[in-house]
Design a protein around this ligand. Structure first.
Ligand code: F6R
Length: 242
């Protein structure tokens, strides 16, 4: 079942989503959070940091698994998702760095890395709450449109639209890695709760397609229609067509 929450602007969207994550941590202090990168969750991370700094939120028992990482970028590269998570979130809160996992984009054997990542999620008891953004292609994680739904954690070739969208973070589109390792849709769908956030006019069309169009691997996020507990939080612009 999908629940929609529309908030006035980015700040309100981030506030609402941060409250849900905080509630999850209060209810289960050692929960396993699935985390995302990209522009959309930055406001959420900022609000969670503020709660922590105000003494309202303790991350000492929280564990986390990130959705994805670019292939070939080391954790020190300033566009790697290891770096993003460290700089934008982890270093400002009291999560145990050993409990905060991001797939290894430098692994030599991506198949083995993918299998090990799925085994890790299972061993940690499964994801309690998975935070997701949505790409213009309809991707969640880096699961791009395909002929069938990809399942476990695996290496993907990024769609040209994704490379173009993400080139804003790199010197040029040529510098954007062509491959990434991402949790698969089964790993995501196995999460007990899912929280998807989207803001801005450029997401309005894909949000509508994903949640009101057919369930199809051509729009990977549409598979979320089959999940029992999804909350979609949008601002006015991203929710303009729903
Ligand atoms: C990030 C991720 C991607 C992004 C999506 C939207 O870990 O998995 O699916 O959520 O590309 O990115 P933004 O938020 O930058 O529009």
């Amino acid at each position: 079942m999908v629940k929609f929450v529309k908030r006035q602007d980015y700040d309100q969207m981030s506030q609402y989503a941060a409250e849900l994550i905080a509630a999850q941590i209060w209810m289960k202090p050692d929960c396993l959070l699935g985390l995302a990168t990209g522009s959309t969750p930055l406001g959420i991370y900022q609000k969670l940091i503020e709660k922590h700094q105000a003494g309202l939120l303790d991350f000492s028992k929280v564990r986390s698994v990130n959705l994805d990482e670019y292939c070939g970028l080391s954790p020190e590269h300033d566009q790697s998702y290891h770096y993003y998570m460290r700089e934008n979130f982890f270093k400002h809160i009291n999560i145990d760095p050993k409990a905060a996992h991001v797939p290894d984009g430098m692994a030599e054997d991506m198949e083995a890395e993918g299998a090990a990542y799925d085994a890790l999620i299972e061993q940690l008891g499964g994801i309690d709450l998975q935070l997701l953004g949505i790409g213009n292609t309809g991707h969640i994680g880096f699961n791009e449109p395909e002929d069938s739904f990809p399942t476990g954690t695996h290496r993907v070739r990024l769609a040209q639209k994704t490379i173009d969208a993400n080139s804003r973070f790199f010197a040029s589109a040529d510098d954007v890695p062509r491959y990434a390792i991402t949790m698969g849709l089964r790993s995501i769908m196995n999460a007990r709760k899912i929280l998807l956030v989207a803001n801005g006019a450029s997401k309005a069309d894909i949000v509508k397609q994903a949640f009101f169009g057919p369930v199809t691997p051509q729009v990977p996020a549409s598979v979320l229609q089959l999940h029992p507990d999804v909350t979609v939080v949008v601002d006015e612009e991203a929710g303009a067509q729903i």
